[in-house]
Write a protein that binds this ligand. Structure first.
Ligand code: ZN
Length: 271
């Protein structure tokens, strides 16, 4: 990556595949100049892998309302309810494979062109695609944790049926290692550290309106960094992050399962 001054991009530029090549060229040039590009990903990146956004109609939250199934209080009072949700989520994630958007990010990291991924997803698909530096804000679906002794065990198929598994040390129900409502999010310090270095943030498949993801684009912008957004609608354009910015610098219009892989390819070619 060359150390050249960043081009001035004050307003959001929409990049439409096959059109406005000059914006794309500029976005690629700015990417090449970036010292520490980072990706923030949400449910939208896994839709092409067959995992419906929990918040979408017919998604998990429409079947299991979060306040009845997905809070830490519910887990303490009625662990079987939290487990019902966890098992349904497990079925939704079963046999799902990363798509070319996950792969594109993994390829960038392997070439030293992406410093890390902060993800709201618990589906492990970034890691399966080969990404190594992945910070999972909301935990993961691959482990169970004992809230009493801290024991962390990998999930095995037997955990998906029958009685709720109990900690072998304390005999209390294991909690799925997915962050429930009312629980602290994960890796905040590492995320903070990464974001403080970050001068270019790819915002992918997330409207970033839930803390702490919501604060990250603004932190990058405030320090003079750039935002590249891959969403169906420009979610960050609402200018609610800070008074002096107007959301993303570049908005990639279209299905991100096409726009992101082709952008990643272009970044690799222009290296
Ligand atoms: Zn225990």
């Amino acid at each position: 990556m060359k150390n050249e001054p960043t081009l001035n991009v004050a307003i959001m530029k929409t990049i439409i595949p096959g059109k406005n090549e000059e914006y794309l060229a500029e976005a690629l040039q700015n990417y090449a100049n970036a010292q520490c590009p980072v990706a923030l990903t949400g449910a939208g990146i896994s839709v092409a892998s067959g995992i419906a956004d929990f918040r979408s109609p017919g998604g998990l939250w429409s079947v299991f309302s979060p306040d009845k199934y997905a809070s830490i209080d519910v887990f303490h009072r009625q662990p079987e309810k939290a487990w019902k949700l966890y098992r349904a989520l497990g079925q939704a994630l079963q046999n799902k494979k990363p798509n070319s958007a996950h792969q594109g990010l993994a390829n960038l990291e392997q070439e030293g062109l992406l410093a890390g991924i902060v993800t709201q997803n618990v589906d492990n698909l970034h890691q399966v695609a080969g990404s190594r530096h992945v910070l999972e804000i909301h935990g993961d679906h691959q482990h169970l944790q004992c809230l009493n002794c801290g024991d962390l065990v990998p999930v095995v198929p037997e955990h998906y049926s029958g009685d709720i598994p109990l900690c072998k040390h304390c005999a209390v129900p294991y909690k799925p290692n997915v962050v429930l409502f009312g629980e602290a999010v994960r890796h905040l310090e590492e995320i903070q550290e990464l974001i403080m270095q970050c001068d270019l943030l790819l915002v992918i498949g997330t409207s970033a309106n839930v803390y702490p993801a919501a604060g990250l684009p603004a932190l990058v912008r405030e320090r003079g960094g750039l935002i590249y957004e891959f969403n169906l609608e420009p979610a960050l354009a609402a200018a609610r992050w800070t008074s002096h910015n107007s959301g993303s610098n570049y908005f990639f219009e279209g299905d991100l399962s096409h726009t992101l892989p082709s952008f990643c390819k272009a970044v690799l070619h222009s290296k």
